[in-house]
Design a protein around this ligand. Structure first.
Ligand code: ZN
Length: 366
């Protein structure tokens, strides 16, 4: 949904709704190739521990809520200043991209986490346990979605974990069936996705790194669960599939994947047939054969042009080179230059430099 359409939508929902522009509306919006982040951005040191995947918050109660909101607004502004055309909340209000959602789900015991091997035992994580039927306690992401919406007129994307990735990041002590539990989570995701759409979010993206681990299952039921999570949405829908954050366990795993990474090959045909509008893939410094994009015929493609595992910002030329390669398989009008994955565990300075490189490279290629 474009800016004008969401404003009209909100007016219909709430006649007193007013958009309060905090930016110069005459400022030109970015043109040419669209740019976006995959999802997460580093949290400031005053909000939480830094450079960790599961950081501890530094504040509590009302102070924590205010700090989460402030950090969201800070990154919205930073993305606008860098020149991105699509803006995200940077996942500043959630400790982790999966557990941030689970905290608002009834039926989950968060007090007693257990250690579990995740992503086919690639690494261990402390995960909460599902003990009873699942139900949302209420809104999950209203605070940061509304804060982001109130502070940008650009296209706003909001990320949620996908059902298959959720079931791979929680211990099941109740359902006894991954598929059944995934579809139960998909219904809850759908509820929150509709609420985000009503908040004025333009794109709801589901993150499914598990699709690159359980490829046969992803094609078999993962995409169907995703469709349940996205059912009935009028806003744009997207799925992000990646090789994970730039952490040591993932970097070591990538070394075992051989000369060509063909994981996407199994799930892209199922996604091409689905209703999901945008699909992301990881390209910069990866061994993914670019021609796999041809399996996504008709879809918009978020091409990963920023490596989240390197500690050096790409040059504009590095970014432009990948975009130009991708353009052999997807027209410019359907190409969105994006980061390979989230940037949560990185330093703020590096993330900012990478945002600037993303936009400079897209301009160079565009
Ligand atoms: Zn990712």
């Amino acid at each position: 949904m474009g800016v004008c359409r969401w404003r009209a939508f909100l007016r219909r929902q709430s006649p007193n709704f007013k958009v309060k522009p905090n930016r110069d509306m005459s400022a030109p919006l970015p043109s040419g190739i669209r740019t976006s982040i995959a999802g997460s951005l580093p949290k400031p040191a005053w909000l939480s521990e830094t450079q960790k995947l599961w950081p501890q918050w530094k504040l509590q109660g009302e102070e924590l809520l205010q700090a989460k909101r402030d950090a969201t607004v800070l990154w919205v502004k930073a993305q606008e200043d860098a020149g991105l055309s699509t803006i995200g909340d940077g996942e500043q209000a959630r400790q982790h991209f999966v557990h941030g959602f689970l905290e608002q789900v009834e039926g989950i015991d968060f007090a007693n986490k257990v250690e579990m091997g995740i992503r086919n035992d690639r690494y261990k994580a402390m995960v909460p346990q599902v003990l009873a039927p699942l139900r949302l306690k209420g809104r999950v992401h209203a605070l940061e979605a509304q804060a982001a919406r109130a502070n940008t007129q650009r296209t706003l994307k909001f990320t949620l974990p996908g059902p298959m990735t959720i079931v791979d990041t929680v211990a099941d002590r109740f359902y006894g069936d991954r598929v059944k539990m995934a579809f139960a989570f998909a219904e809850l995701l759908n509820e929150e996705a509709h609420a985000l759409q009503a908040d004025g979010v333009d794109i709801v993206q589901f993150d499914e790194p598990a699709f690159n681990v359980y490829m046969a299952e992803a094609a078999d039921w993962g995409v169907a669960a995703l469709e349940v999570a996205a059912k009935g949405l009028n806003c744009t829908t997207a799925v992000h599939i990646c090789y994970g954050y730039g952490i040591e366990a993932n970097n070591n795993w990538k070394k075992t994947l051989g000369e060509e990474w063909r994981q996407y090959e199994q799930v892209f045909p199922a996604l091409a047939k689905s209703s999901i509008a945008q699909v992301s893939l990881e390209c910069q410094n990866s061994a993914v054969p670019m021609d796999l994009i041809s399996l996504l015929s008709g879809k918009e493609v978020m091409v990963g042009v920023i490596d989240v595992a390197s500690d050096k910002a790409e040059s504009p030329e590095d970014v432009a080179r990948v975009i130009e390669q991708a353009q052999r398989w997807v027209p410019k009008s359907k190409l969105i230059a994006c980061t390979n994955c989230g940037m949560a565990p990185m330093s703020r300075e590096l993330a900012l430099a990478k945002l600037q490189a993303l936009v400079a490279g897209a301009k160079l290629a565009g």
